[in-house]
Design a protein around this ligand. Structure first.
Ligand code: NAP
Length: 303
């Protein structure tokens, strides 16, 4: 059974290359015949690891192809996930499984609603990759991926493929808790790095603001039935800031490169969830507004 990778960007290419070199059947699903032609001209995907680059001639097709899909890895951005899935929904076999690698929350539900009866498995990853050219990906940061299914705690058999491909992963019986925790960490760190134009480590200058945000985020998690994800949140935020002090957050990098951010699936999702749960979070709301204004100022979408 072949893996299909929809979203051959940074993370999708990293996964595809590792599956391919372990002889796990895998193919890319590209946007259209033009992208497929451009890909074929390059002869495959290039993975750069520790300064060493290797070309992998991974088979590819495009969205309009009609071959059935049994196992899909969705690796586009959160704001593209539903549209991308809608384009392949009628190709998904009845027992198809879809692994979702989007950051934040909200896109997983959007996708699941489009795929009734299909198993959708959200994942949360700390791996780092970026594109340094068309069809080239740099493996920038070792990390780990947690995978789960909020509706069924049975691990899928294909975790063996990931093992074989040396993709570090753990089956997580409570993936939603992990996703909420990651969302809270993102909300406490990423927007402020954008607004203060700084690396993660420089946030030590805004100690009080971060502590206040952590308090509100912990309230949000508890109000949304995720009390466990709120445990020691503030300490964890400071641990992450220290461990990644030299890094620029993903949101910072998106804004700096003039790319759309995933704000609606991070801070936007958090504020909407707070409203639904009737939890008052004035600092978080103000931060969301300031970030939206900042994006407006940079000519980037505010959603
Ligand atoms: P990315 O480099 O922008 O890749 C996304 C890919 O999806 C692009 O190649 C894009 O194609 C493709 N795509 C979008 N809509 C499509 C469609 N309808 N049909 C076919 N292809 C489509 O993004 P990324 O950095 O890999 O991030 C993907 C997700 O993983 C995000 O939610 C991100 O937060 C999360 N994540 C990323 C990392 C990382 O280190 N990169 C780490 C952890 C989590 P085009 O190039 O043609 O636009």
């Amino acid at each position: 059974m072949s893996w299909h990778v929809l979203g051959a960007g940074s993370l999708g290419s990293l996964w595809a290359c590792r599956l391919f070199r372990a002889d796990v059947p895998v193919q890319l699903v590209l946007r259209d015949p033009q992208r497929l032609a451009a890909y074929r001209q390059k002869g495959g995907l290039t993975l750069v690891e520790q300064g060493h680059s290797q070309l992998y001639p991974i088979p590819a097709s495009h969205l309009q192809d009609s071959a059935p899909i049994e196992r899909l890895l969705l690796t586009c951005k959160a704001y593209d996930a539903a549209e991308a899935i809608a384009a392949v929904a009628d190709r998904l076999a009845p027992g198809a499984e879809v692994l979702l690698l989007q950051n934040g929350l909200g896109s997983q539900d959007e996708v699941a609603q489009l795929l009734p009866g299909r198993r959708c498995l959200p994942a949360s990853s700390t791996e780092g990759a970026f594109r340094d050219g068309d069809w080239r990906v740099v493996f920038a940061g070792q990390g780990h991926t947690w995978i789960g299914d909020p509706l069924d705690a049975t691990p899928p058999g294909w975790l063996n493929d990931l093992q074989r491909s040396q993709i570090p992963h753990t089956w997580s019986p409570d993936i939603l808790s992990r996703l909420w925790r990651k969302l809270a960490l993102n909300c406490a760190i990423n927007p402020l790095t954008v607004l203060h134009d700084c690396r993660n480590g420089e946030l030590v200058r805004y100690h009080e603001q971060i502590d206040a945000l952590c308090g509100e985020l912990a309230q949000l998690l508890s109000g949304c039935g995720q009390a466990e994800a709120a445990t020691d949140l503030q300490q964890d935020v400071w641990r992450v800031i220290e461990a990644t002090a030299a890094n620029y957050s993903s949101m910072y990098q998106d804004v700096a490169a003039g790319r759309r951010t995933e704000i609606s699936y991070l801070l936007g999702y958090a504020c909407a969830a707070a409203e639904r749960a009737e939890v008052q979070l004035p600092q978080l709301k103000a931060l969301h507004l300031r970030l939206q204004e900042h994006l407006d100022g940079h000519g980037l979408p505010r959603y």
